[in-house]
Design a protein around this ligand. Structure first.
Ligand code: DAH
Length: 337
């Protein structure tokens, strides 16, 4: 049996060394160490050995099993290392890698995020609504009479079923008042659509942010304070503003907000940046009618509303002369932000 074991060990080790594939190594393992492998079969034979032979043969069997196992593991590692070396052959791992260019948010998205942050600090919640709207939400509820020029087919995109693409996000103010009783304080960013000829200062689809605050005792001072705080956060603490009387159908009285261009380091003139005003009681009346209650009691509640174009603000802030730059996706332009 000694001789048999020695021969077996020699053959096994030679076979292992000659193996060139991991599958062969595994087959050899089964052949010798598997449940009916040669070493296991010899171990079974131990039972019939005499007392004198048992310890010696037992040790020899153990040594054989150990050396075969070690040789198998070793060969497996060698083959794996060889496969790795082959996979990397011809690859110069000292060459610099290919950098993945890092993108960033679109400048309008960046501005919108900043604006939301500022209004959030003043307690405004984010509100949303559909781009495809009813005439009622876009015009009637906002005090815009049937013969108002904005309602003209030349100015607004109408769908065949009479609905339209919202011309401003004031529609979200209406939708919020339909759902929620006062007090409410919301901002409504989103796309707006007008049938404008696209040129350096007009797009057929642009981005707006509107806001609405309705509660007891809301005054023009609140409106002015809120917008001045907002625009000073954007344009710096020294920016100068003026509130110029203007007409918008939704609020009464209504104003346009201008900023002194010197805050932007350019010539001394006023630039219009927003529309705003105190919500017309007529708007509250039509909301109450629609809600079928008197939640928006104009004797009890007052409110202010405002709206501005994010694209226009972005143009002013970055000194971009052509609004189309924001939609053309030219990386040379976009990567400056
Ligand atoms: N909806 C106006 C526009 O699109 C902007 C505006 C003016 C919004 C006054 C308001 C507002 O909420 O009170 O030009």
């Amino acid at each position: 049996m000694d001789l048999q074991l020695q021969q077996l060990a020699t053959t096994a080790l030679a076979e292992i060394l000659a193996a060139t594939a991991p599958e062969t190594v595994e087959a050899i393992r089964i052949q010798y160490l598997g449940r009916s492998g040669s070493i296991s079969v010899l171990s079974e034979g131990m039972k019939s050995l005499g007392k004198d032979d048992k310890p010696r043969i037992g040790k020899l069997l153990n040594d054989t099993r150990n050396s075969v196992t070690t040789a198998l593991d070793q060969r497996k590692l060698e083959l794996a290392a060889h496969a790795d070396a082959l996979a990397f052959a011809g690859v110069d791992t000292s060459l610099p890698g290919i950098a993945t260019p890092q993108g960033s948010l679109h400048p309008i998205t960046q501005l919108q995020d900043r604006a939301i942050q500022i209004f959030r600090r003043m307690g405004f919640a984010l509100a949303d609504g559909p781009d495809i709207e009813t005439e009622w939400h876009c015009f009637d509820a906002l005090n815009t009479p049937a013969d108002h020029p904005a309602r003209n087919e030349k100015d607004t995109f109408y769908l065949p079923d009479g609905r339209l693409l919202r011309t401003h996000t004031s529609t979200i103010q209406i939708r919020t008042m339909e759902k929620c009783a006062p007090p409410i304080r919301i901002i409504a960013p989103g796309a707006a659509y007008r049938r404008d000829e696209v040129d350096a200062t007009h797009l057929a689809q642009f981005n707006q942010m509107e806001g609405l605050y309705v509660a007891e005792g809301v005054s023009i001072a609140d409106l002015k304070g809120t917008l001045e705080f907002f625009f000073r956060e954007l344009f710096g603490p020294d920016a100068q503003f003026r509130f110029r009387p203007h007409f918008f159908p939704l609020p009464e009285p209504s104003f346009e907000v201008d900023i002194k261009a010197t805050a932007l380091g350019s010539a001394d003139r006023w630039l219009e940046i927003a529309g705003c005003g105190m919500v017309d009681p007529a708007v509250f009346h039509s909301i109450n009618l629609h809600r079928n209650d008197s939640a928006y009691d104009p004797e009890k509640f007052t409110g202010f509303a405002f709206g501005f174009g994010l694209d226009r603000l972005a143009m002013i802030m970055s000194g971009t002369p052509d609004i189309r730059a924001f939609t053309e996706n030219d990386l040379r332009f976009l990567s400056q932000f």
